[in-house]
Design a protein around this ligand. Sequence first.
Ligand SMILES: Nc1ccn([C@H]2C[C@H](O)[C@@H](COP(=O)(O)O)O2)c(=O)n1
Ligand code: ZN
Length: 206
Amino acid sequence: MASDSPARPSGKRQDTLDWAECFMAMAFLAAKRSKDPSTQVGACIVNEDNRIVGIGYNGFPKGCSDDEFPWSKTSDNPLETKYLYVCHAEVNAILNKNSTDVRNCTMYVALFPCNECAKIIIQSAIREVVYMSDKHAHKEHTIAAKRMFDAAGVRYTQYKPPHKQIVIDFTEIDWDSLNQVPATPKKDDTVTDEMDMRKLSLKERL
Ligand SMILES: Nc1ccn([C@H]2C[C@H](O)[C@@H](COP(=O)(O)O)O2)c(=O)n1
Ligand SMILES: [Zn+2]
């Protein structure tokens, strides 16, 4: 009798993330890099073989310092708000692509794309957008984006996550070995190795 007979399950893990959950989680993880104090958006582009070909989050363009450009939402002077400078997550994900193009790909994104991103999504031949939140559905930029997606044949579907949270636990694999510091360094010891520095600060916290 074959060992992988349906009558005898192989014993594989059942509680893995499915593709959609995994890619949406990647988008949310990328969003953690955003310096925007009010809204952090991430996007993850996946090809037809379920390979990730681009990831991005909202932020200022290269060379435009996060510390110098404004993060405000409002100001008497529009030049002092973030809106004139920030690159949206969707555009960054497309620009960050590690393949020739993103033709026929699917974009997973935390927030429904605006009209400007929709134009770029369409022109780059992305075929599907899977989004989590549609909180700006009533706004013109979303209505215009949907109008363009409908005309261009880009499908968009809201993702309903099966779980409210996914926990990433750094202690799962080998936390103990990180905490094994060979010897307690004396106060005046010079620690040069980056990992040793981490061990030290971990140990200090214990
Ligand atoms: N689909 C979207 C929508 C928005 N963003 C970015 C642009 C801003 O950094 C932020 C929105 O700021 P708020 O007006 O909520 O303070 O999110 C994006 O990347 N993709
Ligand atoms: Zn946008």
